[in-house]
Design a protein around this ligand. Structure first.
Ligand SMILES: C[S@@+](CC[C@H](N)C(=O)[O-])C[C@H]1O[C@@H](n2cnc3c(N)ncnc32)[C@H](O)[C@@H]1O
Length: 349
C-alpha cells in the first residue's frame, strides 16, 4: 500500500482553526491524520471530504448478506456501505457498485482498491442508477442476492463549495451530481418563469411560500443571472424577511434549504431516475433477493413505499417492510446527518 501524501504546506487561513472546506487539510487527509479525524467524528461532525454511512447495522440486518452472494450498491458514494457488504459476502461473493459522480467515484475506487478489494470481488462503474439493469447485464449478472440504494448526496459532495450544493459558503450555482451532463442550476433557473418555478418548489420540496420565493428569484434574475449559491440564498432570505419580518431567521434558513433541495432534484432529474430504478428493481434481483432503500425526504419515500406496495400486490415482491425503519437514538446523537433517513425493504418473490 502506498504511503498517503502529506500536503506540501498547510493552507493559509485566518484564526486558530480552519473554517472553509479546502482549509481542513487534516480532515482531507484522513489516513495521515487519523487521530484528529477521529476527534471530529467523536464530536458528531462529518470530517471534510468524507461521508459517514447511515443505518449500517439496520441495513446489514435487513439485507442479511452472506459469503458467496452477489451484491449491488447502486449509490457507492464514499464506499462505507460497500465495505460492510463486501466483508459480509466474502469469501466467494462479488459486488457491483455504481455512482453517477465522476469526481468522487475514482477517489472512492482507489481507497477501496488500497484496502485490498480487487477486480475479482469488486466492480465499480460510473453510471446513473436509472441504467442499473444495463450495467448488470454488461457484467453478466442475471440477478443480485442483495441490493442497496442510499439516495441523495454524499457529505463530501455537499460540503465542497466548488460543487455548488452548499449555501453556507459561496460556490458556483451548479448542483449537478455529474457536472459533465446537463446544465448547471444557474442555467436551469434562467429558463424558468415564476409560475413554473413556484410549481417546482411546491412539488419537489413542499415549499409553503413557493409563489413569493419564485417571484423574488425571477425578478432578481431579470437584473442579472444568479451565479453563486450564496447569491441565491440571499434572495430567498430577503423574500422571507419581506414576508415574515426580520425575526423569521429560522423560517428563512429552512426555506433556503428547501429551495436548494427542489432545484437539485430538478437539475439531476432525481425523481425520474428513482422511478426508473424502482421499475427495474425486480429484474435486477434473484428470486428471494432482497433490496433496501434509504431515503431522505418525503418525495423519495412516497415513491419507494408505493412501488413496494404495488409490487407486493402484483406478486413481484413476496414481502415488504410494513413500517419504515428510522435511525436509533445513538446514531442520531453520533451523526445528526442521519436524522431524516428512512429505510424500507422488499424481498423478490
Ligand atoms: C448518500 S450517498 C451514498 C453514500 C454511501 N452509501 C456510503 O456509504 O458512502 C448517495 C450517492 O448516490 C449518488 N447518486 C445520487 N443519485 C444517483 C443516481 N441517479 N445514479 C447514481 N448515483 C447517484 C451520489 O453521487 C452519492 O454519491
Amino acid at each position: 500500500m502506498t504511503e498517503p501524501q502529506k500536503p506540501k504546506r498547510r493552507p493559509r487561513y485566518s484564526g486558530k482553526n480552519p473554517r472553509h472546506f479546502h482549509e481542513k487539510y487534516k480532515e482531507l487527509n484522513p489516513e495521515r491524520y487519523a487521530e484528529d479525524v477521529a476527534k471530529v467524528v467523536a464530536s458528531g461532525k462529518t470530517p471534510a471530504g468524507t461521508h459517514r454511512p447511515i443505518m449500517v447495522r439496520e441495513i446489514i440486518e435487513t439485507l442479511a448478506p452472506k459469503p458467496g452472494d452477489i451484491a449491488v450498491d447502486a449509490t457507492l458514494g464514499y464506499g462505507g456501505h460497500t465495505t460492510e457488504l463486501l466483508k459480509a459476502i466474502l469469501p466467494g461473493g462479488r459486488l457491483i457498485a455504481v455512482d453517477a459522480d465522476p469526481i468522487e467515484l475514482p477517489k472512492t475506487e482507489s481507497r477501496l482498491r488500497a484496502s485490498g478489494f480487487g477486480n475479482d470481488v469488486l466492480t465499480v462503474r460510473r453510471s446513473n442508477f436509472a441504467g442499473l439493469a444495463k450495467v448488470l447485464t454488461a457484467e453478466g449478472i442475471t440477478g443480485a442476492d442483495v441490493l442497496l440504494a442510499d439516495l441523495g448526496l454524499s457529505s463530501m459532495q455537499i460540503d465542497d463549495p466548488a460543487r455548488g450544493f452548499t449555501f453556507k459558503h459561496s460556490g458556483p450555482l451548479d448542483l449537478r451530481i455529474n457536472p459533465q451532463r446537463g446544465q448547471p442550476a444557474s442555467a436551469f433557473l434562467a429558463g424558468l418563469d415564476a409560475p413554473a418555478l413556484a410549481q417546482l418548489l411546491e412539488a419537489n420540496a413542499d415549499e409553503p411560500n413557493a409563489t413569493a420565493i419564485a417571484r423574488a428569484i425571477i425578478e432578481a434574475q431579470a437584473r442579472g443571472a444568479i451565479q453563486t449559491t450564496t447569491a441565491l440564498a440571499a434572495i430567498v432570505t430577503d423574500a422571507l424577511t419581506r414576508l415574515h419580518g426580520a425575526s423569521a431567521r429560522d423560517t428563512a434558513q429552512n426555506a433556503v434549504r428547501r429551495v436548494f433541495q427542489a432545484i437539485r432534484i430538478a437539475v439531476n432529474d432525481e425523481f425520474g431516475a428513482l422511478d426508473m430504478l424502482l421499475r427495474q428493481l425486480p429484474g435486477c434481483l434473484k428470486p428471494g433477493g432482497r433490496v433496501a432503500i434509504l431515503t431522505f425526504h418525503s418525495g423519495e419515500d412516497r415513491r419507494v413505499k408505493q412501488a413496494f406496495k404495488d409490487g407486493e400486490r402484483s406478486g413481484i415482491y413476496a414481502r415488504i417492510a410494513t413500517e419504515v425503519i428510522r435511525p436509533g437514538a445513538d446514531e442520531l446523537r453520533a451523526n445528526p446527518r442521519s436524522a431524516p433517513a428512512k429505510l424500507r425493504w422488499a424481498v423478490r418473490a
